[in-house]
Design a protein around this ligand. Structure first.
Ligand SMILES: [Mn+2]
Length: 309
């Protein structure tokens, strides 16, 4: 059999990069010819983790050929997955997101749990399947958990994520808090990102009722710098809608320290935002204290509001 590709979602975040590498390591330990791949550029945060634990990034691919064996981690929605998936041979899904409309020709292995990170599930799989966790892989899994749970502050974080991270930190030989903060800081560095790049940071496409939307998220230590450029961001988001055919573009500017989000939005219907969050949405942003998770605090609310609109 040719090699099995293991991939996270398009526009990969730290979990998608690190879980693909880790699941490939688990499969390889079991004799499967697995190779981790990625569908986009490695972000600053994931690069910090790869450098720290001296692991090469997964190979970049644009699409898969017909009949290519594929396993998905950290996503299951076709719109977020590799081009050509419909004609590939999908074997497995390991994920922690909502189910999003995938149909398959054959029965497949699916392992989805409502935990804070795919890496938490993979950590448990190493344990259950009695495969020893290499130090580097423990470091990658830990990095993914720190990222997805924002060092356990996100409402998506469960006791399982914390327990896994504590165990992984010991194996990886790092101080959990120190390493975690350093990695989040590396990811929060805006550096030379243009407004157009910020508008697509960690973005994912969604359908809310009949409306197509793209929801991006940028996590920072302090939102003042980025919100000072809100007019430029809004212009870039309008352009994104026009160029890529979205009805709405949303950007979560999440303050890691304050545990809040300024949700910037363009497009129509703004009533969707007003209904979903119970706020006046006549401007171009709303402040959402306590909101850090797209998956739990943004997408379900928009989905429900769209159903009633
Ligand atoms: Mn994830």
């Amino acid at each position: 059999m040719s090699k099995v590709f293991i991939t996270g979602h398009k526009n990969p975040d730290t979990d998608s990069i690190c879980s693909a590498l880790s699941y490939a390591a688990l499969k390889q330990a079991q004799g499967v010819e697995a190779v981790a791949v990625r569908l986009g550029e490695v972000g600053k945060e994931a690069q910090y983790a790869l450098d720290y634990f001296q692991v090469e990034a997964p190979e970049l691919i644009a699409s898969v050929e017909e009949k290519q064996a594929v396993m998905l981690v950290d996503h299951n929605e076709p719109a977020q997955s590799v081009d050509g998936l419909d004609k590939a041979e999908l074997l497995e899904i390991v994920d922690h997101h909502r189910l999003g409309g995938l149909n398959t020709a054959n029965p497949i292995f699916v392992h989805i749990e409502p935990v804070g990170c795919t890496a938490t599930i993979i950590t448990k799989m190493f344990d259950c399947q009695k495969v020893e966790l290499p130090k580097k892989i423990a470091g990658l899994l830990l990095s993914a958990i720190v990222s997805d749970t924002v060092l356990f502050k996100s409402p998506t974080c469960t006791e399982q994520d914390k327990a896994a991270a504590e165990k992984l930190a010991v194996i990886a030989g790092v101080n959990l808090k120190e390493y975690g903060m350093a990695m989040l800081k590396a990811g929060a560095d805006l550096g030379d990102l243009t407004p157009a790049q910020i508008a697509k940071t960690d973005s994912k496409p969604f359908s809310f009722g009949k409306y197509k939307a793209i929801v991006a998220q940028i996590s920072v230590m302090d939102t003042a710098d980025i919100l000072a450029k809100k007019a430029e961001l809004v212009a870039a988001m309008q352009e994104l809608c026009q160029n890529e055919g979205y009805d709405m573009s949303l950007l979560m500017v999440t303050d890691i320290m304050e545990e809040s989000t300024e949700l910037v939005f363009v497009g129509e219907p703004k009533q969707l935002i007003a209904d979903a969050f119970g706020k006046d949405a006549s401007g171009d942003s709303i402040y959402l204290p306590g909101v850090m998770s797209r998956k739990k605090q943004i997408v379900p609310q928009l989905t429900e509001a769209a159903a009633k609109l």
